[in-house]
Design a protein around this ligand. Structure first.
Ligand code: SAH
Length: 294
């Protein structure tokens, strides 16, 4: 039976608002920054093979905060190199925010930005139609593979664009996170598979294993304070619940039974721990690093 619930992604304004609140209530970006500063530099050492020009593709870049941190590590590693950066992002609001930040940073003049206001699959189509032969040295997809129809096919396409020594980096929630637990139980009721797949790094690893693709992986411990979700009628709690369930106005549109079940699971020790009166949801992420196909 088709789910009567509307996906949060249908309302970009509310999606962006709930995403911003999620960033405020979680260590999401902090744990990514730790990875970018501590692990990414080593991964970037070998890319480019001594070339003076590197091609980067960011897929689902959002407002670019994390992209710019990665580009800064890339610049530290390869200071003489100029960078061609393709940004693939369907939200005009996010793309605008990203452009504003870039316009305020003249020090980024070693990067040429190409703004592609499109989804990953539109970009794939555009790339094939224009018979682009350019290859990429570094491609990243951070917290975006939920929004493509076939994550395995999307990975294969972008992997095929890698240059010798190129790297494709994927970040998603870990199967061991609260998200993984929530989706294992409620995937069929919450996920509208036309728009979003409740995928974790565990699912991606299974896909890669079944295709014999080798990869490196890293765990990024992260937390999210979801205390407000349990305050009836709390505006911020409702926004966070929308984000957690990916359902637009979850509290108002889900059945009483589904709402009670989700709330119970969210504070269950499988998903969260309670500390000093706060409910702290396990937001652990995973990183997967893939090389050019052999
Ligand atoms: N990478 C950023 C943003 C993650 S939020 C970060 O980690 O902070 C997910 C982003 O993917 C949003 O900006 C959303 O607009 C974008 N997105 C949604 N559907 C997409 C699709 N089909 N292809 C590419 N990007 C998509």
């Amino acid at each position: 039976m088709a789910s009567p619930l509307m996906s949060l992604v249908n309302d970009d304004g509310r999606y962006q608002k709930s995403f911003q609140l999620f960033l405020e209530r979680s260590s999401e970006h902090q744990c990514m920054r730790d990875f970018i500063h501590n692990k990414l530099p080593d991964l970037l050492t070998s890319i480019g093979d001594g070339k003076s020009h590197l091609n980067v593709i960011g897929v689902g870049s959002g407002a670019g905060e994390i992209d710019l941190e990665m580009l800064s590590e890339l610049h530290k590693k390869h200071p003489e190199v100029v960078v061609d950066n393709e940004v693939v992002e369907p939200s005009s609001q996010q793309l605008h925010n990203y452009k504003v930040v870039v316009s305020q940073k003249p020090e980024l003049n070693y990067i040429k930005f190409t703004w592609n206001k499109m989804t990953a699959s539109e970009f794939e189509e555009h790339w094939k139609q224009t018979k682009m032969t350019k290859k990429a040295d570094f491609i990243h997809m951070i917290q975006m593979l939920y929004y493509v129809k076939d994550p395995g096919a999307t990975i294969s396409f972008f992997q095929s664009l890698l240059n010798k020594n190129g790297k494709l980096i994927i970040i998603l929630v870990s199967e061991k996170s609260g998200w993984g637990k929530l989706w294992r139980k409620y995937r069929t009721q919450l996920c509208n598979t036309e728009i979003s797949q409740c995928v974790t790094t565990g699912d991606i690893k299974s896909i890669l294993d079944s295709k014999g693709v080798s990869y490196q992986s890293f765990d990024l411990p992260s937390q999210m304070d979801i205390t407000e979700c349990f305050i009836e009628g709390d505006e911020k709690g409702e926004l966070l619940l929308d984000f957690l369930t990916e359902v637009l106005d979850f509290s108002k549109t889900a059945s009483q039974e589904l709402r009670a079940g989700v709330l119970e699971l969210l504070r269950h020790p499988d998903c969260s721990m309670e500390a000093e009166g706060r409910v702290i949801f396990n937001n652990n992420l995973g990183v997967i690093v893939i090389d050019k196909p052999t």
